[in-house]
Design a protein around this ligand. Structure first.
Ligand code: SAM
Length: 299
């Protein structure tokens, strides 16, 4: 793929949402009260003509603290990054050595967090997004801090053969992450993905993912967050989200013997002393972060 094809690939469709999250992480990195730091994030944003003018510093946010895109959704992404960083680091602290990032996007955890020796990070996303990421990080001379195995695949289809073919060991525990992914998948694909994760998860595996639990009202859909994303950076989230009814994957995992905890982002915002709290007609009100664990053998 040429450089222009790579940037065009990430700038359109759902790939553009990866740029949105990268820009939010770049802004977060430079906040005085940052919950997460990603020095690579701004380079992705700057490398694509369509996003090169987006903010990557708090002082570049139009309207400052009143901006619903970067202040509300952006801070949400900052909090989410931190909480899910902590989730993965807890897993490796407990001995897990396989990480599988589903819909990894422009997440650079493999490069920016401290992983124990022997840790392998599998990243699944579209070919365009992964190739673009590889090119930008390569240009920066970035070196992964875990064994890094990017796997281009469509997560609506069967990606499991690619994962096991790349060395994933289903007999050893893994930490799985689907951050900002499931909104975009049809319900049937989410069900297949959960069945695959279940099938490939040895005892001691953990999974974190993010969902919206209920359809959003007209007032929420026409509210400031979605409107600002569409108008300020041309990301029409409501068109990109799958419009069908969502499966209850948390209940499905419980039925398969996983222990499941359903949390709101607000709980973490309160615990960290910053991040989004409930507000009227809230675009984050139905977001849930789910943490699931397959009990270790003998428990
Ligand atoms: C909002 S981004 C989140 C990226 C990353 N997890 C983060 O939080 O920074 C959603 C990602 O899911 C990927 N994605 C969506 N549908 C996909 C599919 N069917 N197959 C592979 N990747 C997909 C997109 O390419 C994009 O990188």
């Amino acid at each position: 793929m040429s450089g222009a094809e790579l940037t065009a690939g990430v700038a359109r469709g759902v790939g553009r949402t990866a740029l949105l999250v990268a820009a939010a992480r770049a802004v977060e990195t430079h906040r005085a009260d940052a919950l997460a730091h990603d020095a690579y994030a701004e380079h992705f944003v700057r490398a694509v003509p369509e996003s090169a003018g987006w903010p990557v510093r708090p002082e570049q946010v139009p309207g400052g603290a009143a901006n619903p895109l970067w202040e509300r959704l952006g801070r949400y992404f900052g909090l989410r990054t931190r909480v899910l960083d902590d989730f993965l680091l807890r897993a490796t602290g407990a001995g897990v050595r396989q990480l599988v990032l589903l819909g990894a996007g422009l997440d650079t955890r493999a490069y920016r967090l401290d992983w124990p020796a022997g840790c392998v990070a599998y990243e699944i996303d579209t070919e365009e997004v992964l190739a673009f990421k590889h090119r930008v990080l390569g240009g920066l001379g970035a070196v992964p801090r875990a064994e890094h195995r990017p796997l281009p695949a469509d997560l609506r289809g069967d990606w499991t053969a690619a994962l096991t073919g790349a060395g994933f060991d289903p007999s050893a525990p893994a930490a799985w992450l689907a951050e900002g992914l499931l909104f975009y998948l049809p319900a049937a694909a989410e069900r297949r993905l959960m069945a695959a994760v279940d099938h490939l998860s040895a005892a001691g595996s953990t999974l974190a993912y993010e969902v919206k639990t209920a359809p959003e009202s007209r007032a929420v859909r026409s509210g400031p967050v979605y409107t600002a994303a569409r108008e300020q950076i041309g990301v029409d989230l409501l068109r990109l989200f799958d419009a069908g009814p969502r499966p209850d994957s948390a209940a499905g995992l419980s039925g398969r013997g996983w222990s499941v905890s359903v949390r709101t982002p607000y709980e973490f915002a309160r615990a960290h002393g910053r991040g989004p709290l409930p507000e009227p007609d809230d675009a984050l009100a139905t977001n849930r972060w789910i943490f699931a664990a397959r009990p270790a053998a003998g428990r």
